[in-house]
Design a protein around this ligand. Structure first.
Ligand code: ZN
Length: 575
């Protein structure tokens, strides 16, 4: 079989005149076409050398250009002065790492006013001094944007692109961007570069949800300087940090500042709930010790036992027997208690008077089997034994009643009673375990929190319900949940009215929170007026953190900015 490889091997012999070419002209055309596609980027070049060793393909391209422009004065030159050799790496061709030697033409600048005498022509696919062609760099950037430089370098080497982690970073750092500061609705939030020490600020576009730019500081001065370049701002969301408030007042005083609802609720929750949390947990554990949280333990009780056992005894007979017992009961009830006459009873139950007469003459036991009669007569005794020993266990009952009744009868009576009783006990144990579990404690705390800070939420758990009865709790919860209601739009009360009431509430914490609200009144009011909030920022900051952690030791602010902007910011579309 003559494969393409074998036929190509034949090429050497052909070139030395020792053999005849085995490739037909049609195949030659196709191979040429293939090469043309592969090298389509390299215009005005001719292939002068092609050799491979093991895994690397070496190609030499030579420029055939006739003229070029001087990079200094821009004058056209046609005076060629030899070649300059450059070695660059390009994307893999087939399965082989490919190294390209490029011979670029040198030209002489004839412009007497120009300092430069000799210059090298420039080609569109290769930057000056670059060691990789543009396509190769593009691929490197795509990969190193998504992962750490070390990972990117490892991955690229499997694609036949040899580069160190530092090369990956340097290429990213040379990327450029111009922040688009024309946005009308923006948001500000801070994020940690070094937690507790260095913080940066991120500005996002609230309409497109894209990051406009990260800023390497959260100082009021710096932020004000950056914000002063935003000329179209209408609304700006922010948390209640002092630096942002003063930066916005200084740079964009005409914009509507919007305080962040999430942080407002978080602030009031943190302040009000902090002292309540330990109180509630000790309150709950004292309830637990007293056994007030768990359902009462199920107890055997005379009336319940007799009713149950009577139902079991009734159910023991035949279908016909059961029907007759029901009728006997109804007839006797109508006659003896409601004092109806026989014809009246006949009308009600649709029975003949002789049948009614028979029901009145006979006793209930006439319609029972021996077993039913025997058990029925002993029901009270059996119930007494069960109550005395606290269990419907067969062995215990048989010991005391066994002489009066056959043991099989007792077993048939007790089996259903025991099943019901055991079911009740199991359910009780399960409930008890649930209330004792740690998760139940957490759930109760969550329930209490919701009763405090979610408008319209009523406590569901017993502990939270009882705790809300403690002095002052309902009032505190009223102020907090109403504030949440105003924020979420469920309550149609103005913030000012709420704050006035809260400032006279008598609870120090709520009063000081209300005072804080009044200081930042306009922004808090805007929080209820506009739909924008800082939720978008929280998610953005979280993503920035993950990018930061991927670069770990090497995350200079510029590198972080490039990664953030190209992955999720305004430059996202340019790749
Ligand atoms: Zn020149």
């Amino acid at each position: 079989m003559m494969t393409i490889t074998n036929r190509c091997k034949n090429t050497n012999k052909v070139s030395k005149g020792k053999a005849k070419s085995q490739i037909n002209s049609e195949e030659v055309q196709l191979l040429l076409k293939l090469m043309k596609y592969m090298l389509s980027d390299y215009e005005n070049m001719t292939l002068t050398y092609c050799e491979s060793d093991a895994q690397t393909l070496h190609l030499t391209l030579k420029s055939v250009s006739q003229e070029s422009l001087c990079p200094d004065c821009g004058e056209q030159s046609v005076n060629t002065r030899g070649y300059e050799k450059r070695t660059v790496q390009i994307l893999r061709i087939g399965s082989m790492t490919t190294v390209l030697s490029v011979l670029l033409r040198k030209y002489e600048c004839r412009n007497s006013g120009c300092k430069r005498k000799i210059f090298v022509e420039q080609v569109p696919w290769l930057d000056r001094y670059a060691r990789y062609d543009k396509r190769c760099i593009q691929q490197m950037n795509c990969i190193s944007l998504l992962m750490s430089s070390t990972c990117a370098s490892d991955l690229l080497s499997t694609f036949g692109i040899k580069c160190t982690p530092n090369t990956c970073i340097n290429h990213l750092l040379s990327l450029d961007w111009i922040p688009d500061r024309s946005a009308g609705n923006v948001g500000l939030d801070d994020f940690a570069l070094k937690r507790g020490h260095v913080y940066g600020t991120v500005i996002v576009n609230q309409d497109t949800h894209e990051i406009i730019e990260p800023v390497a500081s959260r100082d009021a001065e710096v932020i004000a300087e950056v914000l002063s370049h935003y000329h179209n701002i209408e609304t700006i969301t922010r948390d209640r940090g002092k630096c942002y408030i003063s930066a916005i007042n200084k740079a964009v005083p005409r914009a509507d500042a919007i305080a962040d609802k999430f942080h407002l609720i978080e602030n009031i929750s943190e302040e009000v709930f902090k002292p309540i949390r330990p109180k509630f947990s000790s309150f709950r554990s004292s309830l637990e010790k007293k056994g007030l949280l768990a359902e009462p333990e199920p107890a055997l009780e005379n009336g319940w036992l007799i009713d149950r056992m009577y139902a079991v005894v009734q159910g023991m007979g035949t279908e016909k027997g059961r029907m007759r017992m029901v009728l006997w009961k109804e007839v006797n009830c109508l006659h003896n208690i409601l004092h109806k006459t026989i014809p009246e009873i006949g009308d009600i139950l649709n029975l003949k008077s002789r049948h009614i007469g028979r029901f009145l003459r006979t006793g209930m036991e006439d319609y029972m089997s021996d077993m039913q009669i025997g058990l029925n007569r002993q029901l009270k005794n059996i119930a007494a034994v069960i109550l005395k020993h606290g269990t419907p266990e067969y062995k215990v009952i048989a010991k005391h009643i066994g002489r009066k009744l056959p043991s099989g009868w007792i077993a048939r009576l007790l089996a259903p009673i025991r099943d019901v009783w055991e079911g009740k006990c199991k359910e009780y144990e399960r409930d008890k375990k649930q209330t004792m579990a740690k998760t139940a404690r957490k759930d109760d705390l969550k329930d209490l929190w919701r009763s405090f800070f979610i408008f319209g939420h009523l406590p569901k758990s017993k502990a939270a319900k009882l705790f809300m009865e403690e002095p002052g709790m309902k009032d505190r919860a009223y102020y907090c949940s109403t504030f949440q209601g105003i924020m979420s739009g469920k309550v149609k009360m103005s913030i000012a009215k709420w704050a006035t009431a809260a400032m006279a509430s008598g609870f120090n914490i709520i009063e000081s929170f209300a005072k804080g609200i009044m200081k930042d009144y306009k922004a808090v009011f805007n929080a209820t007026k506009y739909k924008q909030n800082n939720g978008l920022l929280e998610g953005t900051v979280c993503k920035i953190k993950s990018i930061k952690r991927v670069c770990y030791g090497r995350a200079s602010f510029r590198l972080l900015t490039v990664k953030v902007l190209y992955n999720m910011g305004i430059c996202r579309t340019t790749f």
